[in-house]
Every structure is written in C-alpha cells, then in structure tokens.
Design a protein around this ligand. Structure first.
Ligand SMILES: [Zn+2]
Ligand SMILES: [Zn+2]
Length: 102
C-alpha cells in the first residue's frame, strides 16, 4: 500500500511567516553586527536567521520601552538595586516593548 501523506503546515509557522520580521530588527544587532532592518546572521556560515539574537532583542527593548521593573527611561539600561545589568533587560521590559510594537 502506497499511502501518501502530506503534512499540513503548522499554524504557528504560517503565522510566523506572515508576521514577517521581528520588530527588534529596527535596531542593529550587537551580536552579529547585522545592520538596522537586516536579518541576523550566523557569523561562521553567513547564513541568515529568521529570529533575532537575544542581545538584539534586549537592546531593542532597552531602546524602545521603559522598564516597569526598575523604572528607567527608554535608552537607559536596566539595573538591579543600582547595579547595571550588562546587555540584559528585565523580562517585563521586553514584554512592554512587544506590546508597544504590536
Ligand atoms: Zn544578530
Ligand atoms: Zn529593568
């Protein structure tokens, strides 16, 4: 019996493709050096990535959103009790940025 089965494309994937690029592409990537509005790349192979690097998303959140956790303005890095979080933002700031971009 030669049963042919064609799997339907998962809904999330289709949604993702239609949604296009992540809003964090509006900033340059500090990790792989991708310019603004360009996709992230794997540095060793030069292959482009559909997702953006976490460092880029952190930078984007830092640039566009206030942090609900540590109450800093856009452009100011997050801190934890006065100690700067290097290259990181609080999770809630990231959510804030996503909401503003939606
Ligand atoms: Zn990147
Ligand atoms: Zn914060």
């Amino acid at each position: 019996m030669n049963r042919r089965y064609t799997a339907p494309m998962p809904t999330e994937l289709r949604h993702y493709m239609r949604a296009g690029q992540h809003p964090s592409r509006s900033v340059a990537c500090p990790h792989c050096g991708a310019a603004e509005h360009k996709p992230c790349r794997v540095m060793s192979s030069g292959r482009t990535l559909e997702k953006t690097h976490p460092a880029r998303r952190s930078l984007w959140a830092e640039t566009t959103a206030v942090c609900p956790r540590c109450q800093v303005e856009p452009g100011t890095p997050c801190h934890s009790d006065g100690t700067p979080l290097n290259d990181q933002v609080h999770a809630r700031r990231y959510l804030e940025a996503e909401e503003m971009a939606a």
